[in-house]
Design a protein around this ligand. Structure first.
Ligand code: B12
Length: 381
């Protein structure tokens, strides 16, 4: 919600579907979103399917509902993005953005009762049948859940022919089964941050009571609320905690909303008195020199990985440099030692522990302990 940052449509959806409200703040936030999105149409060379989809979901959740003329533009653009997203990388069998964003796009059009071409739906169904939703991190739960929400929405649409509706119903059923299978012994589905999205599927398909997995996931989520520190992940958690789903937006009624939301300002944890030393390794498996950096970094206890990157000493004649991009999930690491990851080639700087496991949080949230190793690896997803 910082004034300097771009307003984020996913955060707005979380605010609108909460049980408590601050109408003035929500109105200002909507205005900022409209300024960002109205200015953007036609400008971006890459499809912004996910953000535009979340913006449209947000517009459906405003009270009073927006003027239909305001929706025409974003709906047309979203349809165009879905085509462009696919055409750009048809030979790879996945959208240019991701199946997560593509599913959000289909879902948003459906929530607005806009027709979605059958081919667009079939692309998602094929991906679901062949289980193509996972990426290099191996965690497919977030995408599986959003695709299932899109299928569940489409299945109920009047313009969908009976045969396709049956296929969609079967896909929702399979996806739900896989989410139940992905539930861990501690109740989380996938990991902490995919659990709220998985719960939305049970909420949207009215299966919370029938599925013990839902109650166990809610209990586990309540145990892990402290982990949700970024606006984007908090917004996702808020929906599940309030028993709401993106799909439920389509039946939202405007009624008196309690003006009871009080802002809280959280202080970042103060650095501890002790010092820790963390080994920082930078790897580029596809480069001639695969190990680009390997050095101990001293920092105060409780320092985040971002603090460590700032404190990392030079190695030889080379200073340690990095770049980030602000997102609603926090700062996204885009470049290390002058090497920018190429999003178009599906490259990214992956964060790993010394054991080689992928971290579940970003650079601002991860706080390594004394003696830990953190690896930054230029990976493909
Ligand atoms: C797709 C995806 C990715 C793709 C994004 C590329 C693309 N073209 O889509 C890739 C593979 C690059 C990716 C990377 C990472 N991801 Co990711 N990602 C997602 C996913 C499934 C969807 C994001 C999305 O499209 N949102 C909708 C769009 C409209 O919003 P957006 O703000 O424009 O999204 C962009 C950025 O936010 C950024 N992004 C993606 N992931 C992350 C993670 C962090 C920490 C940050 C700051 C930014 C970021 O890429 C998005 C697309 O451009 C979410 C799932 C979820 N529940 O949200 C996880 C998710 C956000 N990712 C997560 C994680 C942990 C990571 C990594 C840290 C993994 C790692 N160990 O390296 C890295 C980021 C490292 C870095 N360099 O800073 C966690 C974040 C948890 C948290 N506490 O914040 C999530 C919630 C998954 C999960 N259940 O654990 N991710």
């Amino acid at each position: 919600m910082e004034p300097g940052q771009d307003a984020d449509p996913g955060v707005y959806v979380g605010l609108r579907l909460g049980s408590e409200h601050d109408p003035r703040v929500e109105q200002r936030y909507l205005q900022r979103l409209q300024d960002v999105f109205q200015a953007r149409y036609g400008r971006s060379s890459v499809p912004e399917t996910g953000r535009l989809a979340l913006y449209l979901l947000g517009l459906r959740a405003t009270c009073p509902p927006p003027d239909p003329a305001l929706l025409r533009f974003p709906v047309t653009w979203l349809k165009y993005f879905l085509e462009k997203d696919w055409a750009g990388s048809r030979q790879h069998g996945h959208p240019l953005t991701s199946f997560y964003q593509y599913s959000l796009g289909v879902l948003a059009l459906c929530v607005h009762h806009k027709r979605v071409r059958e081919e667009v739906i079939q692309r998602l169904l094929v991906a679901e049948r062949h289980q193509r939703f996972g990426h290099a991190d191996g965690n497919a739960v977030d995408t599986e859940a959003v695709a299932a929400l899109a299928f569940a929405c489409l299945e109920k649409e009047q313009h969908i022919r009976a045969g396709l509706a049956a296929e969609l119903k079967a896909a929702v059923h399979r996806a739900r089964e896989r989410l139940v299978e992905a539930q861990r012994a501690d109740g989380l589905i996938g990991n902490t941050f995919s659990t709220p999205l998985a719960m939305q599927v049970f909420i949207a398909t009215n299966t919370c009571r029938m599925q013990p997995a839902y109650g166990r996931a809610m209990a586990a989520l309540l145990q892990h609320l402290d982990a949700f520190t970024s606006a984007a992940t908090m917004a996702q958690a808020l929906l599940a905690l309030n028993g709401r789903s993106y799909l439920g937006i389509s039946s939202m009624q405007c009624q008196e909303e309690p003006d009871t939301l009080m802002p809280v300002f959280l202080e970042p944890p103060a650095p501890g008195p002790r010092n820790v030393t963390v080994r920082l390794v930078v790897e580029c498996p596809q480069c001639p020199q695969q190990l680009l950096y390997d050095s101990p970094v001293p920092a105060p206890a409780g320092a985040s990985l971002l603090d460590l990157l700032r404190a990392a000493p030079p190695q030889g004649s080379q200073n340690f440099t990095f770049e980030t991009q602000d997102t609603a999930y926090g700062p996204f690491l885009t470049s290390v030692l002058g090497m920018a990851a190429w999003p178009k080639e599906r490259h990214y700087w992956q964060l790993l522990s010394g054991l080689g496991t992928s971290l579940h949080t970003g650079i601002a949230d991860y706080r390594p302990e004394d003696g830990n190793t953190v690896i930054l690896r230029l990976s493909k997803w």
